[in-house]
Write a protein that binds this ligand. Structure first.
Ligand SMILES: Nc1ncnc2c1ncn2[C@@H]1O[C@H](COP(=O)(O)OP(=O)(O)OP(=O)(O)O)[C@@H](O)[C@H]1O
Length: 764
């Protein structure tokens, strides 16, 4: 065989060897897991912990080996060897594999040796003579794409790497789940993915430039390159909504990483559920850094010196709680710098001692140790003393402190004199009203300043630390003993990680699980997506969780819809991080066809949004269609185009793009029209696509729905093959303004159909 057929046959042979090795490793892992499990829950506690820890290790490894089935090998580098004409070949794939003699067969995409696969260009080829993309379907090699990098001649500096594979990925029908891009990462993305761990890396880029994809691949890269550091502290991924987190939740597992905690800002505090949303001004006000002061003052307001002496009678003796004593005890308690609820112990102890001194002075006798203890106990258990001391230093939960600020105007006025009376009225709320997402950073601040009564937690922590130390010593011995047996596992785990698993009592508590359950957990790295939406207070809450300030922050300040969000990274981040952040940009859109991307940019620029330069990787013929419609007839829809035209367009796209496994169509309507449009579309589907298909579509979960109706805000971060965009002028007048319109216009990978009854906004 010669030519392409010969090349394909050769690569098939190589790929077969890799899969055979993968199968062997899976078999070995399954055997080990089985024998660990077979040993059962017998033996000493230590034996059981050891088995549980190894079971977790094997389960993780089995999950990792399963995750890499699809496109195990996707690249090959032919590298110049020495100064002669010889070349060496290196294959790049989703994980590293070595053969039975520990010789490298496949290089993990994250390893330094794979970097050239993503970075080498005709201009800077380094050692790379040829880069080859392997296209596979299942375990079969179906295509090859070569780039020869040592050619003389004209060099296209804007060339995309592996263009065929990239264009194929871009043209694929979408599902409700984002996929990894490991085979087609572009050089500008790779530079961000592999950027150093320290400091905050802010990635600004227009819609579809791969910010989300890059942030997740970076998390996987950092976990690989800094495993020792990050595996124990964990990585936190923060996204804008639980729908978005579901959309991305397959990406890291497909890259073999499972130990990452993902959350929204609203879910940052275990036990608090934010079920409501604040709009506009209220969101803006609640996002202000001013709340640092407000909460501090609200806490201080619970540390109060009485205006007059407070007499109390205990066991037949008269005592006086004197303002001067209270003031001194408060000062002493504050000097501990502990949170309010914890410093209260100091305050109470000091006050009781002062009262005991009154008893001594009254009786004229120096109290013996025992007598003094009895007096102190009598005072401590006296109700009147307790009430008086509580008034002076009130223990209070963070929830009550914040709820009181919203429910009691005098409390807010006292704590937030900077706000105008009108602003304070906007914040007013009934007690018991649900928490909103913007309340969570404020609550977090209150948790910090109030603290929890952690005496139980502290005792547990001391016991755990002792157990962990013992486990660490033991784990080191086991690890040394089993290293040779583990072969391929070397480097995957270190003694401390294993020890942590032993100490945590086995597989039930991974780092991610422990971190997710602990408000005060500090992570080794935090990834923030759609970061432009976060308020200053939300940033403060996040930064608190990563004391090293090692963060990946991705977003687009032209897509900000929250009134509390960022329009400039500098203005938002410098006050918090000073010079501890750096900016990188992404400039190529891998989602939206050029015609659509260019139009969206014009519209955004006409509205003076801070738009980043954006070049679309490809255009698609007929990707932008505008349809003029009459105004809606039904009450409440007069400001929207008639539903019939919208539904007709949606059905047309459904028939064209929605298949049994992939392809998604969204109708994006101003929020007020979502329900009505969804009803009209659902009613029309059976006649258009058949009863059976309509039933299949209707049974899909909202996040997987192949045909869906959403408000502009709900589409943030998501994408579809085709979008019907209803009445751009109304969207631009909505709560998120032209930013929401910009977001909505840039969701499709293939086609945007604009249905409008009013004139189109400037820029179309
Ligand atoms: N190098 C790449 N190869 C293949 N597909 C890519 C690549 N980079 C990005 N994509 C695809 O482009 C689409 C957009 O990526 P992503 O959602 O990460 O962009 P984004 O910048 O976060 O967009 P938005 O600002 O709209 O949230 C996704 O389908 C992603 O898989």
């Amino acid at each position: 065989m010669t030519g392409i057929a010969g090349e394909l046959a050769h690569e098939q042979e190589v790929v077969d060897t890799m899969y055979a090795r993968l199968d062997t490793l899976r078999g070995t892992t399954a055997d080990r897991l089985r024998s660990v499990r077979l040993a059962g829950a017998v033996g000493t506690h230590q034996n059981r912990s050891e088995r549980d820890a190894f079971a977790t290790l094997y389960e993780d490894r089995a999950a990792q080996l399963d995750a890499v089935e699809d496109r195990l090998v996707f690249g090959r580098l032919d590298l110049a060897e020495g100064s002669g004409d010889g070349t060496v070949t290196r294959y790049v794939g989703r994980i590293g594999l070595t053969d039975a003699e520990h010789r490298s067969m496949l290089t993990d995409w994250r390893a330094p040796a794979a970097e050239a696969f993503y970075r080498a260009t005709a201009l800077h080829p380094g050692d790379v003579r040829r880069r080859r993309h392997l296209v596979t379907k299942g375990r079969s090699v179906t295509g090859l794409e070569d780039e020869v990098l040592d050619l003389e001649g004209e060099i296209d500096t804007e060339a995309l790497s592996g263009e065929g594979a990239l264009l194929a990925a871009m043209a694929q029908g979408r599902t409700g789940r984002m996929t990894d891009i490991v085979a087609t990462i572009q050089a500008e993305q790779d530079r961000i993915i592999r950027s150093e761990l320290t400091g905050a890396l802010v990635v600004q880029g227009g819609p579809g430039t791969g910010k989300t994809a890059v942030a997740l691949h970076r998390a996987a890269y950092l976990l690989y390159a800094h495993r020792r550091l990050l595996e124990r502290s964990g990585v936190l991924v923060v996204g804008p909504s639980s729908a978005f987190l579901r959309y991305i939740d397959q990406v890291l597992p497909s890259l073999g990483e499972t130990g990452v905690v993902s959350t929204t800002v609203g879910d940052l505090i275990p036990g608090i559920r934010a079920t409501a949303v604040d709009e506009g001004q209220v969101a803006r006000l609640k996002g202000l850094l001013l709340w640092r002061k407000v909460i501090r003052r609200a806490v201080r307001a619970r540390e109060r010196v009485p205006q007059h002496d407070v007499p109390v009678r205990v066991e037949g003796h008269d005592f006086v709680i004197r303002p001067r004593d209270v003031s001194d005890a408060i000062a002493k308690a504050r000097r501990t710098h502990k949170p309010h609820n914890l410093a209260r112990t100091t305050f109470v102890r000091d006050m009781l001692e002062r009262l005991a001194d009154q008893y001594r002075d009254f009786t004229g006798d120096p109290l013996s140790g025992e007598d003094r203890a009895t007096v102190l106990e009598d005072l401590r258990s006296d109700r009147a003393v307790r009430v008086a001391l509580n008034i002076a230093w009130l223990p209070i939960t963070p929830e009550k402190l914040v709820a009181d600020l919203y429910a009691k105007p005098h409390r807010l006025a006292e704590a937030a004199p900077e706000l105008t009376a009108r602003e304070r009225r906007l914040l007013q709320r009934e007690p018991g009203a649900p928490w909103t997402e913007s309340d969570v950073p404020i609550l977090d601040e209150a948790y910090e300043l109030l603290g929890e009564d952690d005496s139980v937690t502290q005792a547990e922590a001391r016991a755990a630390a002792a157990a962990e130390e013992q486990a660490r010593r033991y784990a080191q011995q086991s690890l040394d003993a089993t290293r040779s047996m583990m072969g391929d596992y070397a480097g995957l785990v270190d003694a401390e990680t294993l020890a942590a698993r032993f100490a945590a009592g086995g597989p039930s508590l991974t780092t991610a699980e422990r971190a997710a359950a602990d408000r005060s957990w500090t992570y080794g790295h935090v990834v923030v997506d759609e970061a432009q939406e976060l308020s200053p207070m939300a940033w403060r809450a996040l930064v608190r969780r990563v004391p090293t300030r090692s963060m990946t922050v991705v977003g687009d300040v032209a897509q900000t819809s929250s009134a509390a969000g960022a329009r400039s990274w500098d203005r938002m981040l410098t006050p918090l991080l000073r010079d501890g952040w750096r900016l990188a940009e992404l400039t190529v859109s891998y989602r939206t066809p050029a015609t659509v991307a260019d139009t969206a940019q014009r519209v955004a620029r006409a509205a003076r949004l801070p738009v980043s330069d954006l070049r679309a990787a490809r255009d698609v013929e007929g990707s932008l269609v505008t349809v003029r419609a009459g105004a809606g007839a039904a009450a409440g829809t007069e400001h929207l185009p008639d539903a019939e035209t919208v539904v007709t367009e949606a059905l047309r796209l459904t028939k064209e793009f929605v298949g049994p496994d992939a392809g998604r169509v969204a109708v994006v309507v101003p929020a007020a029209g979502v329900r009505r449009t969804a009803e009209a579309l659902t009613a029309a589907l059976p006649a258009a696509v058949g009863e059976q298909e309509a039933a299949r579509l209707a049974a899909q979960r909202p996040e997987d729905a192949q045909v869906t109706v959403l408000s502009p805000r709900e589409t943030k971060g998501l994408e579809f093959d085709a979008v019907v965009l209803v009445e751009p002028a109304a969207i631009a007048e909505g709560p998120g303004g032209t930013s929401d319109l910009y977001v909505a216009m840039t969701r499709p990978t293939q086609r945007l159909v604009v249905v409008h009854a009013r004139d189109l906004p400037e820029g179309f």
